[in-house]
Design a protein around this ligand. Structure first.
Ligand code: SF4
Ligand code: SF4
Length: 288
């Protein structure tokens, strides 16, 4: 079983449009949307939910006013300034609380409860192209890396159960904790880059991350014809670091049109956008 993670150094490179098209071309892969902070693969693949699960992670402090002696020790100790006092009542701001537990440990009146925190939900769904796992992080919730690991784990278990040969993961943008959680242990990574100076910089960073975890990398440049010179630079950087260049996608308004209609770019077969993504898929199949 192989696991291909599709990432980009930044958001807005067209990663999800390309991932959705690859999902359709793969036919029966297990799909995982690990961009849990801004999940959008569902907008193109129209999953039908089979099961929902709560994502519980970390703790949240809550002061019991009946027990509180108004000593102010919790407020003094909280490094995150999450405790406020209003009308002589001490309260925890749930959006500022980091769940470190210091106030709970040192409250002389044991007046602070420390409940497990509901940080979001994750789902198992049916799509026309296979089972899909995806998630929604609660507003202001953290631990998206853990939620990514949860989504990947569920995708792996299902892939093993049904004997799938491929897991296709839509990874988060950037190089932070959720991206690391998406990449570790994967069979290969496809980096979708855009041909701008910042796109080149971001692509280098994510390429470095893949190299650090020793994950074979592939590179494709979206909207390459907007800047052929930077496209060339990006491809050379990829090749020098041992990555495979699997294709270029030209600027094509069909991507936007497909998105607006909730369709995939390969639903428009006569277009340069569709042809280029098909070519990329063929090249990926040769590598994996
Ligand atoms: S430390 Fe405990 S008793 Fe003191 S103000 Fe905070 S909650 Fe109240
Ligand atoms: S758990 Fe930590 S962050 Fe939250 S209120 Fe207590 S001391 Fe502050």
């Amino acid at each position: 079983m192989k696991e291909l993670v599709i990432v980009s150094g930044k958001g807005g490179t067209g990663k999800t449009s390309i991932t959705a098209a690859l999902a359709a071309l793969a036919g029966n892969a297990v799909l995982a949307d690990c961009d849990v902070d801004a999940a959008d693969l569902h907008l193109l693949l129209h999953p039908e939910k089979i099961a929902s699960h709560q994502f519980i992670s970390g703790h949240e402090a809550i002061i019991d006013p009946e027990k509180c002696r108004n000593c102010g020790e919790c407020m003094r100790l909280c490094r995150f300034k999450a405790i406020t006092v209003k009308n002589n009542k001490f309260m925890v701001d749930p959006y500022a609380c980091e769940g470190c537990g210091v106030c709970v440990r040192f409250c002389p009146a044991q007046a602070i409860d420390f409940f497990e925190s509901l940080c979001g939900e994750w789902y198992e769904s049916k799509t026309s192209f296979g089972v899909m796992f995806h998630a929604k992080l609660a507003p202001a919730a953290e631990n998206s890396g853990k939620l990514v690991s949860q989504v990947r784990q569920a995708a792996r278990e299902t892939a093993e159960k049904q004997g799938s040969k491929l897991i296709l993961v839509d990874g988060p943008p950037g190089i932070g904790c959720p991206v690391i959680a998406s990449l570790t242990g994967a069979s290969a990574v496809l980096i979708v880059a855009e041909p701008t100076v910042s796109g080149e910089h971001d692509m280098k960073r994510v390429l470095g991350l893949a190299g650090h975890f020793k994950i074979p990398a592939m590179v494709c440049v979206n909207k390459w014809d907007l800047n052929p010179e930077v496209t060339e630079n990006i491809e050379q950087i990829g090749l020098k670091s041992g990555a495979r260049v699997v294709g270029r996608v030209p600027y094509d308004t069909i991507f936007t049109e497909a998105m607006v209609n909730g369709r995939l770019v390969i639903d428009y077969p006569e277009t340069s956008g569709a042809e280029s993504v098909i070519k990329i898929w063929e090249n990926i199949c040769q590598v994996m």
